[in-house]
Design a protein around this ligand. Structure first.
Ligand code: PAF
Length: 270
């Protein structure tokens, strides 16, 4: 694995270059992204950058886990070729910068609970794909709204990159893999899989004919019963991230809920 910190240090693309944008603290979910990236091209570049502009002032930017050495090892094991780990100064050389604002798909859910978050995500993703110039960029379904934001940005701005989405990887008890899972206390870790249980229960209830609104309300109540503080639990159009009230194709259930100081998000696409 070649490790570089400037875009001009990137080795020449040998064949089709694929980018996996990450914030490091790589886990089995990222390893799957890297493995699948390898199926879309010849040279897999994994970017590792904890992007300050997508964190709110009271969020976990400072304590976000960072371990480059271990990440490089994970990239190697998963078959990645290059790690691109720029500094904040490299990514943000000027204080006042051009920003990418994606409308509509950013208005609700993560966009509503984390003001400015998607502006930071869209801007850094566009910068990374402009620097790395991949043919394909790979994103995780776990961040469903982020996938919709990136797709919308690429479509609106006619960016030639092809976006590929990889399914969520879960622990054996259903908990979606996330770099933030390390924040959970032992007690919270036992409760955490309840988020996925609530999502699957809502899906199954609707399959059995329960009205979507009731399934959604039940999901919220069940999460609160086991100790979550629910930010949202809703049925949405998976591309537009707006609520839907009847079961239709291309629908997802999205959820964000907190256990103590840790905020977990998850979704299932129906
Ligand atoms: O999903 C993430 O890890 C980040 O939001 C991303 C896409 C790397 C942009 O900083």
């Amino acid at each position: 694995v070649t490790v570089v910190s400037h875009p001009f240090e990137l080795p020449a693309a040998s064949g089709i270059r694929v980018l996996v944008p990450t914030m490091g603290a790589l886990h089995a979910g990222h390893a799957e992204l890297i493995r699948q990236a390898g199926q879309h091209g010849d040279q897999v570049v994994v970017s590792i950058f904890v992007n300050p502009t997508q964190f709110g002032p009271n969020e976990d930017f400072a304590r976000y886990p960072r371990d480059l050495e271990r990440d490089v090892e994970t990239v190697r094991e998963a078959g990645g070729h290059v790690v691109y780990a720029p500094s904040v100064e490299t990514m943000y050389p000027r204080e006042r910068m051009t920003k990418v604002i994606v409308p509509e798909v950013t208005e609700l859910y993560e966009g509503a609970h984390r003001p400015g978050h998607f502006e930071g995500v869209a801007t850094i993703v566009l910068k990374l794909i402009n620097q790395v110039r991949p043919v394909v960029a790979v994103f995780a379904r776990k961040d469903l709204q982020q996938c919709a934001v990136v797709r919308r940005m690429v479509a609106d701005l006619d960016h030639p990159v092809q976006i590929e989405i990889v399914e969520t990887v879960r622990e054996s008890d259903g908990l979606a893999m996330s770099s933030r899972n390390v924040y959970l206390s032992a007690e919270e870790r036992l409760i955490a899989p309840g988020l996925y249980t609530a999502l699957t229960a809502a899906r199954d209830a609707m399959r059995n004919g329960i009205e979507p609104d009731s399934a959604r309300d039940e999901g919220r109540v069940n999460l609160e019963k086991i100790g979550f503080v629910v930010d949202y639990f809703d049925l949405v159009d998976a591309d537009r991230l707006v609520p839907v009230s009847k079961v239709e194709s291309g629908m997802a259930i999205v959820a964000a809920a907190r256990l103590g100081r840790t905020r977990l998000i998850d979704n299932i696409v129906l």
